[in-house]
Design a protein around this ligand. Structure first.
Ligand code: TXA
Ligand code: MG
Length: 323
């Protein structure tokens, strides 16, 4: 069971040590409790997904303790973002902009943009100031449950899966941050939250609220989930590989059969599902960039993170079938 410690020099040191070693902790922010890990370490981020027990991948917010950290994490910044940061950070506003290469694809679930916020809670800030990486943190609930606003909610849901919960009492805002996408010339709220739309509009003008959807139905709609451009097929039997086709293979373990593929990415040589998940989106990107006719993907065992991997593969396969 997780140790639950109140804010103190000792608990802070403990939290920071776990994070530096690649582990996961729960900590309070002003909105809700977060489940945090080193946001630049793909294996640590895979652990977060594992603990959340979600059957699919959803991109995760990077938390920073210094405004200048955005320079390492966002490839571009615009005037609207600058104005919002000036007005609302630190605080419950999360901004989505194009990511740099150091941000692992498992953080963004394969997207080329990353969500960042600087929380205002003194405990989150104190932890963030003591590490030299951003902390990737979704709300510390399990799949289908409410976001925790007290340490005991976290304990009930995931207390048996993490080492440490820092208890900062009730989260003062109590709802999640507002998530705004500024990657296009529109201002799009992907999730309403702690900062009202009207307050944002006073700073940058008109803002739209858009529900996330799987299918991209209108041209202006933002891709919310990553799918490769290259057609993808889940490969149940090597006999299905067509002759004369330029094919890539996304292999789970070391493949038994290599001849028919021009490019192969192996998710985990030793067949470790956590390692496979940590490499999944970056491997898919690499194969997609080759511009081949098809990507064949080996199925992975549908247990733990394998469920989320298979969900993404199945959705990528369905989407291409419809074209
Ligand atoms: O207040 C909060 O935002 C809390 C605290 C812990 O910071 N975090 C939180 O994280 O609520 P989570 O993972 O439960 O929700 C993050 C939301 C999700 O709806 C996710 O889809 C969206 O932000 N999101 C994260 N990264 C994104 C990205 N790169 N592009 C689009 N949406 C993103
Ligand atoms: Mg959540």
């Amino acid at each position: 069971m997780a140790e639950i410690l109140k804010f103190s020099e000792k608990s802070l040191e403990k939290a920071v040590n776990i994070l530096k070693k690649g582990g996961v902790i729960a900590f309070p922010t002003e909105t809700v409790y977060g489940l945090g890990a080193n946001g630049l370490n793909p294996i640590s981020v895979a652990k977060i997904y594992e603990i959340k027990n979600r059957p699919f991948f959803d991109p995760i917010i990077l938390h920073i303790g210094r405004k200048e950290d955005i320079k390492k994490l966002w490839k571009e910044i615009n005037e609207r973002a600058e104005k919002l940061i000036e007005k609302f950070w630190p605080g419950p506003l999360t901004i989505v902009l194009p990511k740099t290469e150091i941000v692992p694809y498992i953080v963004t679930a394969g997207l080329d943009k990353v969500a960042i916020r600087m929380p205002s809670h003194f405990i989150s800030l104190e932890i963030l100031k003591r590490v030299d990486f951003p902390i990737a943190a979704p709300s510390a609930n399990t799949f289908g449950r409410l976001s925790p606003t007290e340490a005991k909610h976290v304990e009930e849901q995931i207390g048996d899966k993490i080492e440490l919960i820092i208890d900062g009492g009730k989260c003062p805002v109590g709802i999640e941050s507002t998530v705004i996408d500024l990657t296009t010339d529109r201002n799009i709220i992907l999730r309403p939250g702690g900062i009202p739309k009207e307050d944002i509009e006073k700073v940058i003008g008109e803002v739209e609220i858009i529900e996330k959807t799987e299918k991209i139905s209108s041209p202006g709609q933002l891709p919310y989930h990553y799918s490769p451009k290259t057609p993808l097929k889940i490969l149940k039997d090597y006999k299905e590989v067509k002759d004369g086709i330029k094919a890539a293979l996304l292999a789970f373990k070391k493949p038994l059969y290599k001849e028919k593929f021009l490019k192969i990415e192996i998710l985990s040589e030793k067949g470790d599902i956590r390692e496979a998940a940590s490499n999944f989106f970056s491997s898919l990107h690499k194969l997609d960039e080759e511009g081949l006719d098809i990507i064949y993907a080996e199925p992975v065992p549908e247990e733990g993170l394998g469920i989320a991997i298979m969900d993404r593969l199945k959705k990528a396969e369905i989407k291409k079938d419809k074209i």
